[in-house]
Design a protein around this ligand. Structure first.
Ligand code: NAG
Ligand code: NAG
Ligand code: NAG
Ligand code: NAG
Length: 357
């Protein structure tokens, strides 16, 4: 599936790509081929998604949460390294104790270094370190929730713009990078960071509609991943970097022509994006019930459980092809019975692929 890749890459690769150091400080997680390692030893893990951890308003709640996670055997968790608010929300935030790391103040983002701001994230990172748990820290959100990229679009480029301009507007890139620099430089020495994640679930469309710049074949999102991963690497030579994407493919097989997960419409190109020098491992998500209307109904040709198993297999095969690890980062089914059937089958399949985490 890597057709035309060399042509595209030849256009993108500049003479001086900064690459990760192969020798990293003690306790840092790295990728060695398609496996994770810490201090040269294989690092296999069970993880948790806890986007809400830095939103907890007392240190005690954070401490207790980490204790429970540690007792449950969690070694890696994923959380939001962003929480941005509009200026109009500031008063409410101060009343309610809402965590925010940046607020839009008429003409720019103002970073909140205070007790209700980045100090909360500091405490999460510190407590993770104490409990020997590592963090995947996402740097913005494709969706408006928690102050994702649409705040950048609306405030910097103006309302009425489409979602795709986040990837192409120079002013927005500068603003995103300024925030990324703040976060990466704050924690770059911490072995509690597992990896930086460029964005949660980047797509051509978000809560705003897509727009003309990001369509199958435009490589808009791939170029953005490439540039932003190189940028993060320029700030931090050691920690791993990943996309945070859902793992959409761009496959030309006509069988998939109308399938959003495979036809490139979403914006990602999993096979290509994983080849970038500063994308250290791949991520993908798995929500077949919300992605396909017709699964499991009478007359349907495939079940959610089987679809998930295939999705896991496709990503393992793609990652093996490139020689990098891959993480099944989020998955979900509604209904207790569905969970009971699907989760063990999916987790077992992911384990059987023996690739990544
Ligand atoms: C926000 O902007 C106003 C007006 O430009 C300024 O007076 C104020 O100090 C700014 N607040 C912060 C937190 O920077
Ligand atoms: C904050 O701004 C975004 C983007 O303009 C908007 O979609 C959202 O509704 C705003 N949130 C609040 C609580 O005002
Ligand atoms: C199942 O597959 C058959 C043959 O490929 C096709 O004609 C039919 O529309 C499919 N049914 C559903 C519900 O997708
Ligand atoms: C279980 O999954 C099926 C198929 O996706 C769905 O129709 C059903 O509503 C789910 N059950 C519950 C309780 O959500």
């Amino acid at each position: 599936m890597l057709f035309n890749l060399s042509l595209f890459l030849a256009g993108l690769i500049q003479a001086s790509v900064i690459k990760a150091h192969t020798i990293v400080p003690q306790g840092f997680a790295t990728a060695n081929g398609d496996q994770f390692e810490v201090d040269g030893k294989p690092f296999a893990f069970v993880g948790a998604n806890s986007y809400w951890l830095p939103l907890l308003t007392t240190k005690e709640d954070v401490t207790n949460t980490f204790e429970e996670m540690k007792n449950a055997g969690v070694k890696v968790l994923r959380t939001w390294g962003f929480n941005a608010i509009n200026g109009s929300e500031l008063e409410y935030a101060h009343k309610s104790g809402l965590t925010y790391y940046q607020v839009w103040n008429s003409s720019e983002w103002v970073i909140n270094n205070g007790a209700q701001g980045l100090q909360r994230l500091d405490y999460v990172v510190e407590t993770a370190a104490k409990n020997n748990i590592k963090i995947i820290l996402a740097l913005t959100n494709n969706w408006v929730g928690y102050g994702g990229m649409e705040l950048y679009i609306n405030w910097i480029a103006g309302s009425g713009n489409t979602h795709d301009i986040f990837y192409t507007d120079r002013r927005i890139q500068v603003s995103y990078q300024r925030y990324v620099k703040t976060i990466v430089e704050r924690y770059k020495d911490s072995s509690a960071i597992f990896a930086w994640e460029l964005m949660n679930e980047a797509r051509c469309l978000g809560d705003l509609s897509g727009g003309p710049a990001c369509v199958p074949g435009s490589q808009t999102l791939s170029k953005w991943y490439r540039e932003q991963s190189d940028f993060v690497r320029s700030l931090d030579p050691y920690h791993m970097i990943t996309t945070g994407g859902e793992g959409h493919f761009y496959w030309k097989d006509p069988k998939f022509a109308s399938d959003y997960n495979f036809n490139g419409q979403a914006g990602e190109n999993f096979d290509l994006d994983l080849t970038f020098p500063n994308i250290d491992f791949g991520t993908y998500h798995l929500y077949p019930q919300s992605w396909y209307a017709s699964q499991d109904f009478p007359g349907s040709n495939f079940s959610s459980v089987q679809w998930g198993i295939d999705w896991i297999t496709f990503h393992a095969e793609a990652a093996r092809q490139v020689g990098k690890p891959v993480i099944l980062e989020e998955f979900g089914m509604s209904g207790l019975e569905n969970k009971t059937t699907a989760y063990p089958a999916w987790v077992q399949r992911a384990l059987d692929t023996k690739i990544g985490g």
